[in-house]
Design a protein around this ligand. Structure first.
Ligand code: HAM
Length: 417
């Protein structure tokens, strides 16, 4: 019978067959953060709407079109988190983390929500690994963050990775640059898309992100922020680039990289993979020196990034499901309780064992043993004896039932699995 319900548009189930690959990404990230002195933080799935409106920026697509916003029973406006940075800065200020030794390095992992038009690599519920270094303006912090993500993608074996690196300068220099860009856009208004034209005044930088052919042509002749950095910002950017290069991480300079969130100052970066289609961004981030104060905390410089788990998994392609069972126990009807008792002992001793719980015939159980990918089967007989079968070679040998556990462990060690 076909199910009446489907997962909502833009969402998906993570099935058991998908979870090993996901766990590998999570474990690699957890290891990388631990080695670099980050603490793991968890924040709520929803926050006050105002946090994201102020944090991410009123004129961004995220805030204007993509937030899942609802009213709770008390009439408060809440929003399913579209990203982590604003929430982590909220937590930093709320818990007085500015009193801790700086910087505070935080990371998290979990679901995020954006009401975007679903397509390959773009979901309404997706997962990010997010990392933030809050409380330093050192260019080495930017470099450390970038190197960490580069190394994580390399460790995971993500193919075709490219790093694009730019700088947006400080808010002050950007004000002057924005005016210059506005003049350029107004002078070419006729060639722009409606969307870009309607945002010349509120968010001219987003014109760099447009796919519209007329707009793209206009933007090719536009000045970029990289040409307009003041001396301090230029020095900061030079130091970031030098430290990234020193670590052997290649990058492409990109003066058109603006990112879809308003809080960035100075460094911005994005990692893409040519193994992905139109949605090629694996992850990105940058410096956001004004955000903590914007949210009511103390003046606090910070830098961070987020990477999309689904994008990483897509770029990696179908992973071979690793076989993980040490043994499958096959038993005739009279030995089923014995089978469960052996399985329980084995599991308590840390051995991975499964057995039939659906009343299959012995032949059916052998098939199931095969399908399970177990390295070996323990085959119990009516007379209380047992055989150990190597599932690959089909070789069998007698097994002392009092000693099954030790035998499986010994076999496992021999196989080095
Ligand atoms: P973002 O570029 O909006 O940055 O998202 C980071 C990554 O999340 C993207 O590169 C992409 O891999 C993934 N992603 C975003 N939207 C979707 C979607 N609809 N479906 C699937 N994957 C998606 C941020 O969120 C910033 N908070 C990053 C940051 C942290 N900046 C500073 N600190």
């Amino acid at each position: 019978v076909a199910s009446k319900f489907k997962a909502p548009r833009g969402t998906f189930d993570v099935l058991p067959s998908d979870s090993a690959a996901r766990a590998r990404v999570y474990e690699a990230a957890a290891g990388a953060f631990e080695r670099a002195g980050y603490g793991r933080i968890e924040t709520p799935i929803f926050e006050e709407t105002e946090l994201f409106a102020r944090g991410v920026g009123e004129s961004t697509d995220i805030v204007q079109k993509e937030m899942f916003t609802f009213e709770d029973q008390g009439g408060r406006s809440l929003t399913l988190r579209p990203e982590a940075t604003a929430a982590l800065c909220r937590a930093y200020a709320e818990h007085g983390m500015h009193k801790l030794p700086q910087p505070v390095k935080l990371w998290c992992w979990g679901p995020f929500f954006r009401h975007e038009r679903p397509q390959s690599g773009r979901f309404r519920q997706f997962h990010q690994i997010d990392s933030e270094v809050i409380g330093t303006d050192s260019p080495l912090a930017d470099a450390e963050a970038i190197i960490l993500l580069a190394d994580l993608l390399a460790e995971l074996g993500v193919p075709g990775v490219e790093l694009r690196l730019g700088s947006l300068g400080s808010f002050e220099t950007r004000v002057a640059y924005r005016d210059e860009l506005r003049s350029h856009l107004h002078a070419n208004e006729g060639s722009l898309s409606d969307d870009v034209r309607s945002r010349i005044d509120s968010n001219p930088l987003r014109a760099f992100d447009s796919d519209h052919p007329g707009t793209r042509e206009v933007m090719e002749g536009a000045p970029t922020m990289l040409d307009r950095l003041d001396d301090d910002d230029a020095d900061h950017f030079e130091a970031v680039k030098a430290a990234v290069s020193d670590a052997g991480v290649d990058y492409v300079l990109d003066g058109t990289l603006v990112r879809g969130l308003d809080y960035y100052t100075r460094t911005v970066f994005e990692f893409t993979s040519d193994a992905l289609g139109a949605q090629s961004a694996l992850g990105g981030g940058g410096r956001y020196d004004g955000l903590v104060a914007e949210l009511g905390g103390p003046e606090t410089p910070a830098v961070g990034w987020a990477a999309g788990i689904e994008r990483i998994l897509m770029a990696l392609g179908e992973a071979e499901e690793e076989q993980s069972l040490d043994a499958f126990i096959v038993a005739p009807d009279g030995q089923r309780e014995m089978a469960l008792s052996l399985a329980t002992q084995a599991r308590r001793a840390g051995v991975c064992v499964d057995l039939d719980l659906a009343g299959r015939s012995e032949k059916g159980q052998m098939k199931q043993a095969n399908r399970s990918g177990a390295a070996r089967a323990v085959i119990l007989a009516d007379d209380g004896t047992a055989r150990l079968r190597d599932m690959e070679t089909g070789e069998e040998r007698p097994l002392d039932t009092d000693d099954v556990l030790r035998e499986i462990e010994a076999e496992r060690r021999k196989a080095g699995s």
